[in-house]
Design a protein around this ligand. Structure first.
Ligand SMILES: Nc1ncnc2c1ncn2[C@@H]1O[C@H](COP(=O)(O)OP(=O)(O)OP(=O)(O)O)[C@@H](O)[C@H]1O
Length: 269
């Protein structure tokens, strides 16, 4: 088998929804019949999902449905046991070199920021470019400052994470991920740990990133973001992808009873 796999073309129809406008787009992530167990617990069941370059996917579903586990399989923070995943044409296996390549290409933002508390904002941002990519410090710092401008907090560069609000810390986490010039960004409930008044500033940053053409897979309960930004909403329940559709179809015409129930509960709040 060659190292660079040929990307599989997407199906025109997914669960009866017309996704034909995406056919022919380049594939960024391809999961095929992927399964994962935690001991006896079957957490991911036959996951097949295609993410195209430039596409913005929102993953939603009840707590415990496997959303985080699924996206963590994309950068091998979790290992799938059967089935296949390719990222940018590279199949994820135990091969450490391939995992390293993919980790450089895939940025991730977590619910709890995961910044190094003993490093300044700027030091957090340049750590991976300098140590992983062996970039000269000056070049890494220049790009980090440009990205801190982009997330609208350049004045915080010399502060420590503990001196920043939650919303500011999450914007640092986004800038830090972007410092590695990723081809794909994963977001795992990036606003769930934030006070309501800070959610908007992080969502605004994510919207700007989406508008820049970044490929994004976002686990979020922010259905406003899903409606306005997502190209496709993926609904998971009990480890399965139950339904996926463009947001206009997904919200107006959910196909499954489980999706309808989830939406009626989440849209109540
Ligand atoms: N390391 C682990 N070992 C065993 N079980 C796990 C582990 N991580 C997650 N699980 C279980 O797997 C299931 C899916 O977890 P996961 O975090 O992927 O769900 P989720 O849909 O992202 O949930 P939430 O919205 O609450 O974050 C849950 O039942 C969880 O308890």
């Amino acid at each position: 088998m060659t190292e660079i796999q040929s990307a599989q073309q997407p199906r025109a129809l997914v669960e009866g929804h017309d996704l034909s406008h995406q056919v022919g787009a380049e594939v960024m992530v391809q999961m095929t019949d992927m399964n994962k167990w935690y001991g006896p617990f079957h957490v991911l069941r036959d996951i097949t999902l295609t993410v195209h370059r430039g596409e913005r996917i929102v993953v939603c579903g009840p707590s415990g449905s496997g959303k985080s586990t699924m996206i963590r399989c994309i950068n091998r923070l979790e290992e799938h046991q059967t089935g296949r995943i390719t990222v940018d044409g590279i199949e994820l296996t135990d091969d450490v070199k391939k995992i390293e390549i993919i980790r450089r290409e895939v940025g991730m933002v977590f619910q709890h920021f995961n910044l190094f508390p003993h490093l300044t904002v700027l030091e957090n941002c340049v750590l991976a470019p300098i140590w992983v990519r062996k970039e000269p410090r000056r070049q890494a710092e220049e790009r980090a400052m440009a990205l801190l401008e982009r997330v609208k907090i350049p004045e915080q560069a010399k502060k420590y994470p503990g001196q920043l609000s939650g919303g500011q810390q999450q914007r640092v986490a986004i800038a830090r991920a972007l410092c590695m010039t990723p081809k794909l960004m994963l977001f795992d409930e990036p606003t769930s740990a934030l006070d309501p008044e800070m959610i908007k500033e992080v969502l605004d940053t994510m919207v700007a990133l989406a508008e820049s053409g970044m490929t994004m897979v976002c686990v979020t309960h922010e259905m406003g973001f899903a409606k306005t930004v997502a190209d496709r909403v993926v609904f998971m329940d009990e480890g399965q992808i139950v339904e996926q559709a463009p947001p206009s179809d997904f919200f107006a015409n959910p196909r499954s009873e489980r999706t309808r129930l989830f939406l009626s509960q989440i849209l109540k709040h």
